[in-house]
Design a binder for this molecule. Structure first.
Ligand code: ZN
Length: 326
């Protein structure tokens, strides 16, 4: 019996590549990593204006980059003509989830794989083993032009894979990735990268459940992120958003953005920011989270606006890149 049924709904995912290096007219100003960095100069150059002529506290995606003329239709670039717009931008991958496939939870199996079945963590209360958390592909589905990720307690879970693992009672959720994990001969898993891209503009639209305790994320990850050394150039997790902050918070919306490299635990290095937001993320509407990733910086947007001040983490000097395996 399901006693709780909660959703994270992904409306669409838009990924756009830049064909060349960002062209800028004036030199890069000095900046701090987190609080007052000078990456707004990219927008000012693009607009051909000075900081006095625009409100740099609320620069929009369109102030930084020109995506006009790029279709929003579901699309996958497979080589050949790139259909660049006037600024050299072109779509590489757009998924509006408007096609429901008969396999892979309804997701396009050429691009997506559901996160593999596993136990996320065991219950830390012996008297309540059902507090354990599990990944299950059946918690992901495609419906009405949306990818739906459910999180629910299930006391009679009947998924055949979970049942075979002995996971029939607990908290179940899922995820989907552009990586398929494939069991190898050593009992571990190999990563089969279905699709990957370093640099560009990455965007998703999400509707969050209006419930405490829910946690979702839109993130980029590389195979070598867990290895130490190389200061993350060999792989850095980029959390475009992470929403683990909805609990007893009097309806204040918070959002986290982060970079993580050199693995997790003792070796881990992290730069991140959790900020209070002006907008209500739990108003039942879709909200858009995006990242502009250039070889020089990361710029994060919420609802396509980059709030300067203390509302949103903008960017960080870095040239960390993913290794892409295809
Ligand atoms: Zn399952």
């Amino acid at each position: 019996m399901k006693i709780k049924k909660l959703f994270v709904i992904v409306g669409s995912v838009l990924l756009v590549a830049i064909s060349g290096v960002l062209l800028v007219g004036c030199s890069m100003p000095s900046y701090d990593a987190f609080t007052l960095n000078g990456w707004e100069y990219i927008a000012l150059n693009n607009l051909g204006k000075s900081a006095d002529e625009v409100d740099i506290t609320k620069l929009k995606v369109s102030d930084f980059i020109n995506l006009s003329g790029i279709s929003n239709d579901t699309y996958l670039y497979k080589g050949g003509n790139k259909s660049e717009n006037n600024s050299g931008w072109y779509a590489t991958f757009i998924d509006n989830f408007d096609i429901t496939y008969s396999e892979n939870s309804g997701l396009n199996p050429d691009i997506w794989a559901t996160s593999r079945h596993d136990i996320r963590h065991k219950s830390n209360k012996k008297s309540h083993p059902e507090y354990a958390n599990y990944w299950c592909s059946e918690m992901v589905s495609v419906k009405d032009g949306k990818a739906v990720v459910r999180a629910a307690y299930d006391g009679n879970h009947t998924c055949p894979v979970c049942t075979a693992n002995g996971y029939t009672k607990g908290r179940f959720t899922g995820g989907f990735e552009t990586r398929a994990e494939v069991k190898n001969d050593n009992g571990g898993f190999d990563s089969n990268i279905l699709w990957g891209q370093a640099f560009g503009y990455y965007e998703t639209s999400i509707k969050f459940p209006d419930k405490d305790g829910m946690w979702s994320a839109f993130w980029l990850q590389g195979n070598e992120m867990r290895e130490t050394g190389f200061d993350g150039i060999d792989g850095t997790e980029i959390d475009v958003y992470e929403s683990a902050f909805r609990k007893n918070n009097k309806k204040v919306s918070r959002m986290g953005h982060a970079l993580l490299w050199d693995g997790y635990g003792d070796s881990a290095k992290v730069s991140g920011h959790i900020g209070k937001l002006e907008q209500n993320l739990y108003d039942g509407n879709f909200h858009t989270f995006s990242l502009l990733w250039t070889p020089d910086c990361y710029i994060f947007f919420i609802d396509r606006i980059c709030y300067l001040g203390n509302k949103c983490w903008r960017c960080l000097q870095s040239s960390r890149i993913f290794k892409i395996y295809k």
